[in-house]
Design a protein around this ligand. Structure first.
Ligand SMILES: Cc1cc2nc3c(=O)[nH]c(=O)nc-3n(C[C@H](O)[C@H](O)[C@H](O)COP(=O)(O)OP(=O)(O)OC[C@H]3O[C@@H](n4cnc5c(N)ncnc54)[C@H](O)[C@@H]3O)c2cc1C
Length: 415
């Protein structure tokens, strides 16, 4: 069924009893041309682009829980491409361009809202670093603008700009094309589009091991039985190193909890995304009116999807220093996801030491924005056996050659 105003009208006339499941429920087959582990955004996007771009449709996505139930459904939905190195700028801007056409491409409203993203400078040093950063972006062909203190105040009137503010704001930096998209819709939209092209979306199917013959991966052991395939894509975010261990290799990835929280809904107050790299806090207002507040990492390795109170407290204190009016907001929910952080804060895409297994991981705190390009490049690797040109600098091999892309040191922002 194609989604359109017309189908909505038909649905209304039929009492909305005519809607079919967005993707077909299915049991796994014993053999596929390619299998993707992880039904988050990256795994589902990879399945869709495998079918669409490479005509490989005998594909399964295996998800141990429900699709989008990992970090994809837990993130604060910010999209942007304001990175510093040319390799990252190319990768993330291609992703943003795919996002810009995605709703039409997959016939699913992902609620992309390019409301702009503003980073706050709290000191002259912050502003100097942002000027260097904006210049680098412009040299990479990506729009960026430095904002004066007055321009920041005009964009977000609820910010505390008073002379006694605990965190003085001296200016900022904006990417207008940045913004938010609806996280569930991205997962569900890719799942539906992939399913329509013949991909099997298998939920409640945990991968517990790999079938390795003559040093090559030829299948997977799952909670629903053995599945044979010559090409395996791993897109399991915070659990990537667990899967890599099962396959017999290790990854330079550490898993941490990253938390966020949302308030009760309030009237429209903030129509841009505000990040304060100095405090680690960032805020946007959801379409329902909730204030969505994100945090920095809980900096101890963990697989517990909870997050610690100390980080939550620090992030609320930072948010209140920026927006004192929020002190009377009631918070509705707090949660965490397990993110896969690489030492240079850049993703890992491409072949692994085990022939037949390809990986997409290491997106850490910022992989929602990378979903379209992560799927696109993993699909390319699975279909051709070669890394896509955009992904080549991000291959696992960079930890042997030492050609790291250290965005943590360069752009230095968390999300
Ligand atoms: C609180 C929070 C805020 C964030 N904010 C942002 C943001 O604003 N912008 C941004 O760009 N990024 C953000 N991120 C990061 C972003 O959410 C992730 O980088 C991205 O969602 C990763 O997508 P994924 O598909 O790789 O992983 P996931 O969505 O986590 O999917 C991986 C899937 O693999 C499955 N899996 C694991 N092991 C197995 C197994 N053995 N067998 C089968 N399935 C398995 C899991 O169940 C999971 O569903 C945030 C993350 C968190 C936690």
């Amino acid at each position: 069924m194609k989604y359109s105003a017309w189908s909505l009208l038909r649905g209304a006339l039929a009492g909305h009893r005519n809607w079919t499941p967005a993707w077909a429920p299915c049991e796994p087959k014993s053999r596929y041309d390619a299998v993707i582990v992880g039904g988050g955004g990256h795994g589902l996007a990879a399945a869709y682009y495998l079918a669409k771009n490479h005509n490989v449709t005998n594909v399964a996505v295996l998800e141990r829980g429900w699709i989008g139930g990992g970090n994809t459904g837990r993130n604060t939905t910010i999209v942007r491409s304001n990175y510093l190195y040319p390799e990252s700028a190319r990768l993330y801007d291609f992703s943003l361009q795919l996002y810009e056409g995605l709703a039409r491409d997959i016939n699913y409203n992902i609620m992309l809202s390019q409301r702009g993203l503003v980073l706050l400078a709290h000191s002259r040093h912050d502003l100097d670093a942002m000027a260097r950063w904006a210049n680098a972006m412009q040299m990479n062909g990506i729009e960026a603008e430095i904002l004066s203190r007055d321009q920041v105040a005009a964009l977000a009137p609820a910010l505390d700009m008073s002379p006694t503010a605990r965190l003085p704001i001296v200016g900022g930096f904006r990417q207008r094309r940045g913004g938010t998209a609806r996280h569930d819709a991205v997962a569900w939209g890719y799942a539906r589009a992939a399913s329509r092209l013949g991909v099997d979306i298998v939920q409640n199917c945990e991968v517990r091991g790999f079938v390795i013959e003559a040093g090559r991966a030829v299948g997977l052991e799952t909670s629903l039985g053995t599945i044979r395939t010559d090409r395996i894509g791993l897109a399991a975010a915070g659990h990537s190193s667990v899967l890599a261990k099962l396959a017999g290799f290790s990854l330079p990835v550490t898993s941490y909890a990253l938390q966020a929280l949302v308030s009760e809904p309030i009237k429209p107050l903030l129509d841009t995304v505000i990040l304060s790299p100095g405090t680690g806090a960032y805020v946007s207002q959801s379409d329902k009116g909730e204030m969505v507040i994100g945090a920095m990492l809980d900096l101890f390795p963990s697989y517990a999807q909870r997050g610690s109170f100390a980080v939550e407290q620090a992030i609320i204190a930072g948010t209140l220093a920026l927006f004192p009016a929020f002190s009377r907001l009631r918070m509705l929910r707090q949660w965490a996801g397990i993110v896969d952080v690489v030492h240079d804060s850049s993703p890992i895409i491409g072949p692994t030491p085990v022939p037949g297994i390809f990986i997409n991981c290491g997106w850490g705190t910022g992989g929602f924005k990378g979903i379209p390009v992560g799927g696109w490049t993993l699909a390319h690797a699975l279909a051709t056996g070669q890394n896509h040109a955009l992904a080549e600098p991000f291959a696992l091999e960079r930890f042997v050659s030492g050609r790291l892309i250290d965005e943590a040191a360069a752009s230095g922002i968390a999300h």
